[in-house]
Ligand binder design. Structure first.
Ligand SMILES: [Ca+2]
Length: 388
């Protein structure tokens, strides 16, 4: 959020409004003292970006009743009550969301009652910081998965994972169960994982080492693409998956991937990432393309976070800089162990028919109080999606 301020007394036009400095505590060179009903000021406000900005009006109302102001931004009028502040030298703030153009916006602020308005000191404009797309922009089928031209050969039937090895150009078929002890690691680059309709592509449910997958392709499972702990999947293409894209138990990084056609199994209810009591999970820069109603698929949420079967509480989860299309609620986040343990920051949600303007069936999010939700936007319009 970047904040710019405009002193009310710098108004470009005043009608039955006086500039005063009688009551202390104002900023700049004074404040506006409104006359009667219909008195108004036109103030030029600067917005850093187009779309929904937050306006904070600093004012004093020393009377014992509300003195409403109508704020007209680009023809959209909002009535603010401006309740008493406890004295003419006591200043308070009220806020509204306003759709603005980038640059200068003349805003007309009018007193709507005979007693007049409050004294108006200052207006802050809070503009969302539209996040820069992750490196390389929005992931797509073309920009993820096995790099074009890579020679791929079938992994030998005797394949056994060895610590300290980087594997590349291999095709794996059927469920792979890989669990390394702590301190060991293996990396797969430009490899294909075809689940062969036999459960998961990769199961590392008791892994304590580090498994890394870069520029891989996961497909054709009946359950998740990857399930488990201590794994990282980057720049990979995930598609035609029977259930969820990923189940993240703990210590998982999911970065820069493109996922589509999740939940191809009958009766599935697919999430791009599901976390049930998991922790230390980072989900950044992915594109989960999972609209509701695509034949042969069943989407539920891009990210679904809940408590574990034995009461485990999810914690330390970051969801940042992703692009999300679809779902019932695109993000469902509950049962965190403490406030701010789940952070949902600067993601883009595609437009569609939900009441908040997103492509989900019901809306962008259903989240527990205390989940950090900030700077999330509708992709096409830049509309800021409020926390609730
Ligand atoms: Ca002022």
């Amino acid at each position: 959020m970047s904040i710019t301020t405009a002193e009310a007394e710098s108004a470009v036009k005043l009608n039955d409004v006086k500039i005063e400095k009688e009551h202390a505590g104002y900023t700049g060179s004074g404040y506006l003292n409104y006359g009667g009903k219909g008195s108004f000021a036109v103030i030029a406000l600067a917005a850093a970006v187009a779309g929904t900005n937050v306006l904070n009006l600093r004012y004093a109302n020393g009377s014992n009743v509300a003195r409403p102001l109508e704020v007209n931004v680009g023809g959209v009028k909002t009535l603010l009550q401006m309740p008493p502040t406890g004295g003419w030298e006591k200043w308070g703030k009220v806020s509204l969301d306003a759709k603005m153009v980038a640059g200068t916006n003349p805003v007309t602020i009018t007193a709507t009652q005979l007693a007049g308005g409050p004294n108006l000191d200052l207006i802050e404009v809070g503009s969302p910081d539209v996040p820069a797309p992750a490196t390389g922009g929005m992931p797509s089928q073309a920009s993820t998965g096995v790099v074009a031209g890579t020679m791929i050969k079938a992994a030998p039937s005797t394949f056994a994972i060895k610590s300290g090895t980087v594997y590349s150009g291999l095709q794996f078929t059927g469920l792979k169960r890989w669990n390394l002890p702590k301190g060991q690691s293996a990396t797969f680059i430009n490899c294909k994982f075809n689940g062969n309709r036999t459960m998961r592509c990769v199961d590392c449910g008791s892994n304590e080492g580090e498994l890394t997958f870069i520029n891989c392709e996961f497909e054709n499972s009946t359950a998740e693409a990857v399930y488990g702990s201590h794994y990282a999947v980057k720049s990979s293409y995930i598609h035609d998956i029977g259930g969820d894209g990923f189940k993240a138990l703990h210590d998982v990084l999911i970065q820069g991937n493109y996922a589509t056609r999740l939940g191809t199994g009958v009766g599935s209810h697919a999430d791009f990432v599901q976390i049930s009591g998991g922790y230390n999970v980072t989900i950044v820069g992915n594109y989960a393309n999972m609209p509701i109603g695509v034949a042969g698929t069943s989407s539920n949420a891009a990210v679904f976070i809940q408590g574990g079967k034995n009461g485990e509480r999810p914690s330390n989860i970051l969801i940042q800089g992703n692009w999300f299309r679809g779902g019932n609620y695109t993000i469902h986040a509950f049962d965190s162990d403490q406030p701010a343990s789940i952070r949902i920051v600067a993601n883009f949600f595609f437009t569609g028919g939900a009441k908040d303007g997103t492509s989900a069936r019901y809306g962008a999010r259903s989240i527990q109080q205390g989940v950090v939700w900030t700077e999330n936007h509708v992709f096409e319009t830049g509309k800021l999606l409020a926390a609730a």
